[in-house]
Design a binder for this molecule. Structure first.
Ligand code: FMN
Length: 449
């Protein structure tokens, strides 16, 4: 079901999880608005986008259950599955151009006009314009030849020009290496893929590890890739659309504002520029977009991060059981951890390790492992009944946080941890949960109908 965007959409349709929207919709806010209204319920497939023959799809996975379904596992198995894939990547399978659906149509040079060709939406009120938000940027490290996959917001700045936000991670690193030699960096922007490929692109993997190989490991079979027509980059052969181009050295142009995952605007400033020289696509392509700050956007960042954070915390305290980055905390800022505390003080070590595991983490809540960390009412109950601010609160001031959190001073942030574990030396009855014997055997379903 995750061979391509199309096979996944078929699967959603069969499950009744795809809304086919046949009324005419505008690219200006309407696509984003309808998708937002369906967020967490159904994917939105727009068949009649004003001014275009190409359909638009958004929200292809907006719940943890759907991502788990794509991976053929339960929600609770997600972290272990992701960690296994990080450790056992699967080499991609190279196919010839004539075998690659994404090479069915090739458009070159002067025939390219991004906004005329592709239904690229305007998502939020104060966005600077049309943005590609579900494009996988794939580039090759000029030094080692290994590929990297990541998603970047891409502002359409001209007929064949995109403004990109490259935060200082892997793609940025490749680009700086090329720029220092006065060279452009070849890059492919891949649009229209399945949810596992999107998820893999967000892996917190070491520099040099190709996320497409993690996608292969998550799928259980190698991803078929094809060499681009004009650049030395390999892209998924079953994608819908590929833009081939390069990031220009020593060129910066205005980009933004753009509505971002914390539900505020990322500011306008001079950013890197990608020039597109060739577009390849399937015969009747489907255009994919991700509405910023939607559940899809938040979970795509959250799920791979949870796996990496879990590993980091277990390196500090091996009895850490599970972690949860909550939707309310934008799947970035609020972490809940469950652990089996064996030594007094360990929960505080876990809090400090969480701050170190990812700079985005701002507030950490640690609970004993009988608390269900995916049930926020239970977590609040633990905070209400097992936490005393004079002993159980950890505050670290002046650490690096998220620059997109407007309450920080340009990213410099206070961090806070709540140790909600039961003291090991407490009276046995003091924290004994009340219980009604035999309740689990009683059946009241018929009275609820
Ligand atoms: N990262 C950026 O640097 N700039 C962006 O504009 C950006 N936009 C994103 C939009 C979406 C919908 C998602 C899911 C992620 C976005 N990210 C962005 C996050 C990166 O894609 C992500 O951190 C990725 O893992 C980075 O890969 P790397 O570590 O291989 O460089």
């Amino acid at each position: 079901k995750c061979q391509s965007l199309r096979t996944w959409l078929e699967h959603l349709k069969k499950n009744g999880e795809l809304a086919s929207i046949d009324e005419k919709v505008s690219l200006q806010f309407e696509v984003a608005g309808m998708t937002k209204m369906l967020d967490g319920k159904k994917a939105a497939y727009f068949t009649d986008v004003e001014g275009y023959d190409i359909p638009v799809v958004a929200g292809i996975a907006t719940t943890r259950k759907q991502f788990a379904d794509a991976l053929d596992i339960t929600e609770r198995e997600m972290n272990e599955k992701f960690l296994h894939a990080l450790d056992h990547p699967l080499t991609c399978q190279q196919v010839e151009s004539h075998e690659a659906p994404v090479h069915e149509v090739v458009v070159k040079d002067d025939d390219i006009d991004l906004l005329k060709m592709l239904p690229i939406p305007v998502h939020h009120e104060k966005d600077s314009g049309h943005y590609i938000s579900a494009g996988l940027a794939i580039a090759k490290d000029p030094k080692t030849g290994s590929q990297n996959v990541s998603i970047h917001r891409l502002q359409v700045s001209g007929r064949n020009r995109l403004g990109a936000l490259l935060l200082p991670r892997h793609l940025y690193n490749f680009y700086k290496n090329a720029e220092e030699q006065g060279k452009p960096l070849e890059v492919a922007i891949v649009i229209g893929v399945d949810p596992i490929t999107l998820l893999a692109s967000q892996a917190i993997a070491p520099l040099g590890q190709d996320e497409m190989e993690i996608a292969g490991a998550l799928k259980g079979e190698s991803v078929p890739v094809v060499k681009c027509k004009t650049i030395d980059v390999f892209v998924p052969a079953h994608a819908e659309i590929v833009l081939e181009g390069k990031i220009l050295p020593h060129v910066r142009e205005a980009e933004g504002p753009f509505g971002e995952f914390p539900k505020y605007y990322g500011p306008r400033s001079d950013k890197e520029v990608i020039e597109i020289s060739t577009i390849t696509h399937r015969k009747n392509p489907i255009y994919q977009t991700i509405v910023p700050a939607s559940y899809e956007h938040l979970l795509l960042g959250g799920i791979p991060r949870e796996a990496s954070i879990l590993r980091a915390l277990r390196n500090t305290v091996p009895t850490v059981k599970n972690v949860h980055l909550t939707l309310g905390g934008t799947c970035r800022y609020h972490l809940i951890v469950s652990m089996q505390k064996r030594n007094e003080g360990e929960a505080k070590n876990v809090i400090l390790a969480a701050f170190a595991a990812h700079y985005d983490i701002k507030h950490v809540t640690v609970v004993d492992d009988e608390v269900d960390i995916f049930n926020l009412e239970e977590v609040e109950w633990a905070l209400a009944t097992r936490f005393q601010a004079d002993k159980d609160l950890v505050i670290v001031n002046g650490a690096l946080g998220s620059k997109l959190d407007p309450s920080t001073s340009n990213g410099v942030s206070s961090k806070m941890g709540f140790d909600c574990t039961v003291p090991l030396n407490s009276e046995p009855m003091a924290y004994e949960r009340i219980k009604i014997p035999g309740i689990e055997k009683l059946n009241v379903d018929k009275y609820l109908k």
